[in-house]
Design a protein around this ligand. Structure first.
Ligand SMILES: Cc1cc2nc3c(=O)[nH]c(=O)nc-3n(C[C@H](O)[C@H](O)[C@H](O)COP(=O)(O)OP(=O)(O)OC[C@H]3O[C@@H](n4cnc5c(N)ncnc54)[C@H](O)[C@@H]3O)c2cc1C
Length: 359
């Protein structure tokens, strides 16, 4: 019997890689040191929004994001319980001084052939009446969508279990013997076991992992606030806020809450919320959507975006054996997960077909 591919980390990166490798006919053993889906993928806002996330230097990410959206749309009919919300984004200038940025962004999006519409204040209000009349203009991107990321991780996990993969939660990778392709893992009770594997995939996000040549990943902290949904505040679109003075942010209507985010801080692994972080998030969102003022706070939390030093995804073979890494999905990991998982699975398949396997 062939040894399985061992995937370490059941966030969006590991789960999507497992989906594609399983489809290619590999047997999969997935481990996570926590319950599946408790890492960065849990705290995300779930925006699948390549159009409004587009930055001037990121056309590669745009292409990957658009491909990923297509995979999500296909998965919607293939994976039971996977539901996409076709919300659309309104990217807005908070004040007159933010208009030049938004105008440049709109021209750039148009040049990329994206479907976007420029809306002056009144048209913006007709589309989303909760937006303050003081907001001068915005861009509507109907193709940007979103997903409930917490249920998504559970759905992908259940789907993989249904397809017969092996899953060990609360199990940590401690060592990888490159020459014999054997992993040593330990569970919460301290019991160690060895897993012979055809290949090792590190999908470990921001947690440091003591495996040789694992990629260098920086945690970029994001603070978030979840507000309780209220029928008196029927927000329909994702609102992407451009604000030169207070920094950029967003407000995302989810099924049971309204998410307001997010900071972008280099604070190491300190996961506590800060006075300043929470204040910045609230001020810039309230300026755009004054009705947020009355909503009850459900949760205040923070998480980390896994970033490579160049802020680009890491999907590569590491070392000379059968060790791979998928990481660095940074601020768009939920969006890029399916694309990255497909690329990772393709790389492994090509590689294993070239190198005869003893397992
Ligand atoms: C505030 C915030 C908002 C965001 N909003 C969005 C958004 O709207 N849209 C979007 O596309 N992206 C968003 N992101 C980015 C997205 O959350 C990340 O890019 C993505 O979740 C990274 O996924 P991952 O699988 O690489 O990491 P993770 O989800 O952290 O998964 C890694 C897993 O590996 C496990 N692990 C680590 N080390 C070991 C080990 N040694 N042994 C076993 N298991 C191990 C961990 O327990 C974890 O489950 C946001 C991020 C933040 C912080």
């Amino acid at each position: 019997m062939k040894h399985p591919i061992l995937i370490v980390g059941g966030g969006i990166a590991g789960l999507c890689t497992a989906q594609f490798l399983e489809k290619q006919g590999f047997s999969i053993h997935l481990i996570d040191c926590q319950i599946i889906g408790q890492g960065s993928s849990r705290v995300a806002a779930g925006m699948l929004a390549p159009v409004h996330e587009l930055e001037f230097t990121e056309t590669q990410i745009l292409k990957a994001g658009l491909e990923s959206l297509q995979i999500y749309k296909q998965w919607e009919s293939e994976i039971k319980g996977l539901i996409i919300d076709r919300t659309g984004t309104l990217e807005i200038a908070s004040a007159a001084e933010d208009i030049p940025y938004l105008q440049r962004q709109y021209d750039f999006q148009k040049r990329q052939g994206l479907e976007v519409y420029w809306l002056e204040s009144q048209a913006l209000q007709e589309k989303e009446p909760l937006i303050s009349p003081n907001i001068p203009c915005g861009i509507f991107a109907p193709g940007d969508i979103q997903i409930e990321n917490r249920p998504l991780l559970k759905t992908l996990k259940l789907d993989l279990l249904g397809k017969g993969i092996t899953l060990d939660e609360h199990t940590t990778l401690v060592d990888w013997d490159e020459s014999r392709s054997i992993a040593k893992v330990v569970n919460l009770e301290g019991e160690e076991k060895t897993i012979p594997a055809a290949a090792l995939v590190l999908a470990t996000g921001v947690r440091p992992v003591s495996i040789a040549e694992a990629p260098d990943i920086l945690p970029v902290k994001g603070e978030m606030i979840a507000l309780e949904k209220h029928e008196g505040f029927p927000l329909r679109h994702i609102i992407r806020i451009r604000n030169r003075r207070l920094g950029n942010g967003y407000v995302v209507p989810k099924q049971h809450s309204i998410l307001v985010g997010a900071t972008s801080e280099h604070m190491g692994m300190d996961q506590r919320n800060s006075f300043g972080g929470v204040m910045d998030i609230l001020r810039r969102a309230w300026q755009v959507l004054p009705g947020l003022y009355d909503l009850a706070i459900q949760e205040v939390y923070a998480g980390f975006r896994p970033a490579a030093p160049n802020h680009l995804p890491v999907i590569q073979k590491i070392g000379n054996g059968r060790k791979y890494a998928i990481n660095g999905l940074y601020r768009h990991g939920i969006l890029l997960g399916p694309w990255a998982g497909r690329e990772m699975a393709q790389l492994i398949q090509n590689d294993l077909m070239e190198t005869p396997c003893s397992g």
